[in-house]
Design a binder for this molecule. Structure first.
Ligand code: BV8
Length: 225
């Protein structure tokens, strides 16, 4: 069976990482949409680096939970494409072999001048020189609002060939990820969401399993055989 899974901040909530909606989209009294944008970075790179340095430290201190581990197990028994909106590395640390980080990663750094990518240091600051071109044009390798998500060709392909699509711990507010269920459903996939409550795109799913991911995801994975 071909399975495509999309995860959001809710799968990492029980690992202690705050979701976006939990902080009602505010951070240091800034709207997330203002901090996580190229304009926000240009306006105040120190603030944006502070935001990501904090999240990088939180992610490093967190541990994968039973939901991350169950998805790593699922990949050993089924043809699984795992897509995450999350920028933490908890899927990898749980043992998932291939993770598509469509919104980038906290552990990645990018040079806006030459496109060079390298492993981000724990703390990044404005003016850090790029290791390749030495220009002070470094930024977190994160996809901000208004920027093109990564891996979309592979994601569309997986959604078009999936027998089963599951969205786990995502509120369905951010596009194009929030359109994935409809895309898969139109091509015949069975669509399921696992969440504490109905998401904003709940109508795109055939079924919903309500509860904390650390319980519902292992149970769901076990039910797939
Ligand atoms: C794009 C990285 C073009 C940053 C993120 C106007 C101007 C410009 C753009 C737009 C616009 N209007 C719309 C857009 C598009 C925009 C968008 O969707 N905006 C929204 C605000 C309306 N999207 C973009 O700009 C994207 N790029 O459109 O490019 C394009 C167009 C078409 C095709 C291709 C390209 C880029 C968006 C990426 C932004 N970057 N992340 C960072 O992380 O700091 S988004 C960020 O927020 C996350 O990555 C994630 O995607 C989103 C948060 O969503 P969730 O993961 O769902 O988290 P949330 O807190 O919302 O929900 C948690 C859920 O978990 C809840 O449902 C809760 O009930 C549940 N939960 C909680 N605990 C548990 C649980 N479930 C189970 N168990 C638990 N224990």
């Amino acid at each position: 069976m071909r399975i495509a899974v999309l995860t959001g901040a809710g799968i990492s909530a029980e690992s202690g990482l705050a979701t976006f909606r939990a902080v009602d989209g505010l951070w240091e009294s800034h709207r997330i949409e203002d901090v996580a944008t190229p304009e926000g970075f240009a306006a105040d790179p120190a603030l944006v680096h502070r935001f990501y340095n904090m999240r990088r430290a939180n992610a490093a201190a967190a541990r994968p939970n039973a939901a991350h581990l169950a998805l790593a197990d699922l990949a050993r028994r089924h043809d699984l494409t795992l897509v995450t909106q999350n920028v933490d590395d908890l899927h990898e640390r749980a043992g998932s072999p291939a993770v598509i980080h469509m919104h980038g990663t906290l552990n990645g750094a990018l040079c806006a001048a030459c496109g060079h990518r390298w492993a981000a240091p724990a703390v990044m600051a404005p003016g850090d020189p790029c290791p390749a071109c030495a220009r002070p044009a470094t930024r977190p390798d994160i996809v901000w609002f208004g920027e093109m998500p990564y891996g979309l060709d592979r994601i569309w392909e997986a959604l078009e060939t999936a027998d089963l699509f599951a969205a786990i711990g995502t509120s369905g507010n951010v596009y194009p990820a929030a359109g994935f269920a409809q895309h898969a459903r139109r091509r015949g996939a069975e669509c399921l969401e696992l969440n504490l409550e109905a998401s904003a795109n709940a109508r795109d799913f055939h079924r919903r399993i309500v509860g904390p991911a650390s319980r519902t995801v292992p149970e769901w994975v076990a039910s797939l055989g």
